[in-house]
Every structure is written in structure tokens, then in C-alpha cells.
Design a protein around this ligand. Structure first.
Ligand SMILES: [Zn+2]
Length: 367
């Protein structure tokens, strides 16, 4: 996610903080300082940090459960609204998804239990309503927040963990795609309820949560659609095979000619041995044209480290490269490692949209 700062690396996952989270922290600190002085500001900031430490532990709970099934979690991002653990792929088996989804809230159950049983935090419903009120003990408020995190996350709608459990449970009978649509629909319906209550009650935070839930549910449905398309279609169907290439000795001027001559937005740079050396994007080309001029060699400005994959591999593997390495393109090679085509995020999305209409494609034999 852009605008995130990496602060730590835990168990193979980068822990990142989104700048808006730092803004929230500053805003709360300043507001509390103006209202109650330095000690109130310190208490509030420490409390928010403690809450988000619990959120990170929650996300690590998901990450560790996922790792048990061989799924990595490249990063965990802290947003003002909570944490976001990005799993490299969705588990194939619905029962694995259920375990991974429950692992997060379970962490908060454990934290709340420790706070109450061992540290003597008094659990009080009033503390939940007054989490910004320092007269309630720090630990009591933290315990209340953890209980709230458990309850909120168990709501059976996307993007909450409960939504994942619901999707997994439904997908035993309905198939993953339909199950995702239902969980996302419930999430968006819930977002409207939150938004409505927030507007009526004059609660901007609830409206903010509503917008987040709505967008996240939508994104979840989109992601699931992509995974579904990647499972249904062979790699060769998504591969771009009709394109012009550039050579390692080509200049930005050559690239500009190719850009005008074709409708391509990116140009694979292929050497004399037929190996993919990189991909030149239209943006890099335009930038170089302005900054260093038309004589700039394309190999200086192309995107290198393009992951490549054998043409016989499943399309899902392409999606995994794109998610794990944030790759915009994946090159496709034949047995002799010669470059035969490539797949972009854009044409995967196109395949997904076409996939909705052309269900008959499923019966099509691989080319
Ligand atoms: Zn969770």
C-alpha cells in the first residue's frame, strides 16, 4: 500500500504504518493536550499505541495460522481503522480459511483474558463507551478494546474475519465465487447501516468505518473474482502474444516510434538470444524523453526483475507473483527460456470481466 512506512519485520512479515495512522496519533495527542494537558496527551497516545499493538498481534495471529498452511504474509499494514494482513494467496481449502480467520480474534481473547485474570483489569461495559476517559484504568480500557475487537471482527460480513468464516462455510455448498458475493453483499449492506447510524447520531467515526467497510468489501469481491478467473482459465488464454519488442540497443526514440505505431503501453526488451531483459513502460519512456532525451538507451530506464514463468504453469501462479512481488507484469517463457509472451495486471482484469460473460470458455480445451 502506498504511503506506508516499514517499521519492523516479524516472522517474515513487514510491519508497516500508514501515514494516516501517524496523523491520527498526532491529532489525538494534540486534542488531548489542549483538553487536559501533557499527561492526558501522553496517556491517550500510549493507549492508542497499546491498542494498535493488540491489532498487530491479531494480524500476526492470522499470519502464523496462514504460515501453518504454507501461505506467506508479505506485509501487515496499520491503518487508523485497524490492521491489514496481506496474505500471498487465499487458502484452497475452506476449513483452512476458517482456522486462519479465527486465529486473529483468538489472539484478542487471549490478551483480554491475560489482562483480566493476571493483571486484574476490571471488565466494565462503561469502560468500552469511555475508552478515551483516563479515569477508567488503562488496563481495563485495553481489555474492553480487545473484547470489542473480538466482537467486531466476528460480524459475519466482509471485510471482517467473520465474513471470511461465512464465505468459507458457504463455499462448501455454493462454491467460492457465489459465497464471496454473498459475504461482500452483507458487508456492503452493513456499511449502509453503519453510515446511516453515523449520520443520524452525528458520529463521524462510524461514517468513516462505514466507508472503509464498503470499499473493503468491494475490493474483496474483486480479488476473489480475479482468483476465480485465474483458476478457471489456462495461462495461455491470458497471455499477450501479439506485441512489438525492443532490443537492448534500442533508444527512447525507437521506443517512441513503437509507441505511436502500436496501441501497446509497454514494450518487452528482448535480447538476441530471445531472453526477456526487462519491460519498458510508457511512463518511464515519457519521463526519459523529458529528462534525458531521445538518445537514452532503453536498458537504462526499463523495469528489470520481471518475474518469468513457464508457459505450462497455471495462471494462478502468475497472480501469486503479482501479489507477492507487487509485479505489474509477468513474463512467459518456453522450454528453452525464450520469451514467448507476457501477462499484465490489466489484461488479467480484462480476462476476469470477459470470464463473467463467456462461461462457455470453461469447456474450451487448452490451446
Ligand atoms: Zn482479523
Amino acid at each position: 500500500m502506498p504511503w506506508s512506512i516499514t517499521v519492523a519485520r516479524v516472522a517474515g512479515s513487514e510491519i508497516r504504518i500508514h501515514v494516516t495512522f501517524l496523523m491520527l496519533l498526532a491529532w489525538i495527542g494534540i486534542a488531548q493536550y489542549l483538553a487536559g494537558g501533557a499527561s492526558a496527551a501522553l496517556d491517550s497516545v500510549l493507549f492508542i499505541l497499546a491498542v494498535f499493538a493488540c491489532v498487530v498481534l491479531h494480524e500476526l495471529g492470522h499470519a502464523l495460522a496462514a504460515r501453518h498452511y504454507g501461505i506467506s504474509t508479505p506485509d501487515i499494514t496499520l491503518l487508523p481503522i485497524g490492521g491489514l494482513a496481506r496474505l500471498s494467496r487465499v487458502p484452497d481449502n475452506p476449513s483452512e480459511e476458517i482456522v486462519i480467520a479465527f486465529a486473529g480474534p483468538l489472539v484478542n481473547v487471549v490478551i483480554a483474558a491475560i489482562l483480566i485474570v493476571f493483571l486484574g483489569a476490571r471488565i466494565d461495559v462503561a469502560a468500552l463507551e469511555q475508552i478515551q476517559n483516563p479515569t477508567f484504568g488503562f488496563l481495563a480500557r485495553l481489555a474492553a478494546v480487545n473484547i470489542f475487537l473480538v466482537l467486531f471482527n466476528l460480524i459475519p460480513a466482509f471485510p471482517m474475519d467473520g465474513g471470511r468464516v461465512l464465505r468459507a462455510a458457504l463455499s462448501f455448498r455454493l462454491g467460492r465465487r457465489r459465497a464471496t458475493e454473498i459475504a461482500a453483499m452483507i458487508g456492503q449492506g452493513l456499511a449502509f447501516v453503519f453510515g446511516f447510524l453515523g449520520l443520524i447520531g452525528g458520529n463521524p467515526i462510524l461514517v468513516f468505518i462505514a466507508i472503509f467497510v464498503f470499499l473493503a468489501a468491494q475490493a474483496e469481491a474483486g480479488e476473489a473474482g480475479l482468483t476465480d478467473a485465474a483458476r478457471r482459465f489456462p495461462l495461455k488464454r491470458a497471455m499477450i502474444t501479439s506485441f512489438e519488442t525492443l532490443g537492448p540497443q534500442s533508444t527512447v526514440d525507437d521506443a517512441a516510434d513503437a509507441l505511436l505505431r502500436t496501441t501497446q503501453h509497454e514494450f518487452p526488451v528482448v535480447d538476441g538470444g530471445g531472453r526477456l531483459r526487462g519491460i519498458l513502460t510508457r511512463n518511464a519512456m515519457i519521463r526519459a524523453m523529458k529528462l534525458t532525451g531521445p538518445a537514452t538507451p532503453v536498458i537504462d530506464i526499463m523495469t528489470t526483475d520481471i518475474p518469468t514463468i513457464h508457459a505450462n504453469q497455471p495462471l494462478e501462479r502468475v497472480l501469486r507473483h503479482m501479489r507477492e512481488e507487487q509485479a505489474a507484469y509477468v513474463g512467459v517463457v518456453a522450454d528453452d527460456k525464450r520469451f514467448v509472451g507476457y501477462i499484465s495486471q490489466e489484461n488479467l482484469a480484462e480476462l476476469m470481466m470477459l470470464g463473467d460473460q463467456s462461461k462457455s470458455a470453461e469447456a474450451m480445451p487448452p490451446p
